[in-house]
Design a protein around this ligand. Structure first.
Ligand SMILES: NC(=O)c1ccc[n+]([C@@H]2O[C@H](COP(=O)([O-])OP(=O)(O)OC[C@H]3O[C@@H](n4cnc5c(N)ncnc54)[C@H](O)[C@@H]3O)[C@@H](O)[C@H]2O)c1
Length: 325
């Protein structure tokens, strides 16, 4: 099958593309290689994809319709996996317009492209656990009514879900939205805490522990996330009868971990102790994330099985090797 992956040079996109290529699918990947974090890391991820015959890369902005006009084989696309976005909660406080551009205009441009394809593709798109804000009851269920985002990032992801529902209602565009819960692993994102912590620990700098360590996160290992996305991309979706063909799923680990426990596990993986600097809660952050994954288990057999210690060891091994290059 021909699959379009947006954000293919990103952390999750590059892993998903690799997994689908291993299953002999053909991949067209789009990414604008922006400098939100070091584009060298994005180019290195692409290097691992670029030498495969079933992979084609298009450098372009998903918020520009002309990017999609360059897709010569667009009428063969069976599935679109839309992961390109401006990620990060904290950066959205200082750079709000980046989020409007990639997450609002970009998402709408992907919807317009998808609904006009003759192939009637399935569109799988990235949402985020941040849509649950601070008032949801743990574990977070997709059934909860959500309208209180606490960061602009979360507001744009909620808006994406609304736009997607609307396109399912108006045009019958089949869609699955995935609320990712703190994904970590090799080839990860330098703006995320586990990367920042690792760098500081190895350099002997104190790590910044927000809300004095009183936080919980549902950390999900990248291979578990990829396994879930591949299942969704390759199985027939189950949509509720008589409703627009749109469903949103949590995709997480269902085992929230306290921040201090996470740091201790990372110390073990890196073989070095951290020096802590305890700080108050940051604007836009949430206290806890916790995924109820029963819907994805029921509909797709999703079963994350990587314990934190194993996943962090894999990250640490990769990070130490990558850093020494
Ligand atoms: N990693 C996580 O823990 C996490 C959690 C919740 C949600 N998500 C969502 O999952 C998706 C993938 O996240 P990731 O961790 O791989 O992030 P990432 O930043 O590594 O990947 C996103 C990729 O999209 C590209 N991109 C951004 N704006 C673009 C644009 N306008 N046009 C073309 N390309 C553009 C970037 O260059 C980047 O390579 C994002 O939508 C993100 O919001 C991730």
């Amino acid at each position: 099958m021909l699959i379009l992956v947006t954000g293919v040079a990103g952390f999750i996109g590059s892993h998903v593309a690799q997994a689908l290529l291993r299953q002999n699918h053909e991949i067209i990947g789009i990414d604008n290689l922006n400098a939100y974090y070091d584009p060298k890391l994005k180019l290195d991820r692409l290097e691992g994809l670029g030498n495969q015959p079933n992979f084609e890369f298009i450098e372009g902005d998903i918020a520009e319709p002309k990017t999609f006009e360059r897709l010569a084989r667009k009428n063969e696309i069976g599935v679109i996996i839309h992961l390109a976005a401006q990620a990060g909660v904290r950066y959205s406080i200082t750079n709000p317009f980046e989020y409007a551009h990639s997450n609002l205009i970009g998402h709408l441009t992907v919807l317009e492209f998808a609904r006009n394809l003759k192939t009637k593709p399935l569109l799988i798109y990235a949402s985020s656990s941040s849509v649950y804000g601070n008032n949801s009851v743990a574990p977070f269920s997709e059934a909860a009514a959500l309208n209180q985002p606490v960061s602009l990032y979360a507001a744009t992801k909620l808006a994406d879900e609304m736009m997607s529902y609307c396109y399912a209602h108006l045009y019958g565009l089949r869609q699955i939205g995935l609320r990712f819960f703190t994904v970590y692993g090799p080839w990860g994102r330098p703006d995320m805490a586990y990367w920042d912590f690792s760098e500081a620990i190895l350099e002997g700098r104190p790590i910044q522990v927000f809300n004095h360590g009183d936080m919980k996160r549902d950390f999900t290992y990248i291979d578990d996330i990829v396994e879930g996305i591949v299942r969704i991309a390759t199985q027939e979706p189950v949509f509720p009868i008589g409703e627009p063909p749109h469903k949103v799923y949590n995709i997480g680990n269902n085992q929230p971990v306290k921040l201090l426990e996470f740091i201790a596990t990372l110390e073990n993986a890196l073989g070095k102790k951290a020096e802590m600097e305890y700080l108050p809660m940051q604007a836009g952050d949430v206290y806890e994330t916790s995924a109820d994954i029963t819907a994805l288990q029921r509909d797709y057999g999703f079963a994350p099985n990587t314990p934190l210690a194993k996943g962090l060891q894999k990250f640490a091994d990769w990070y130490l090797a990558w850093r020494s290059k």
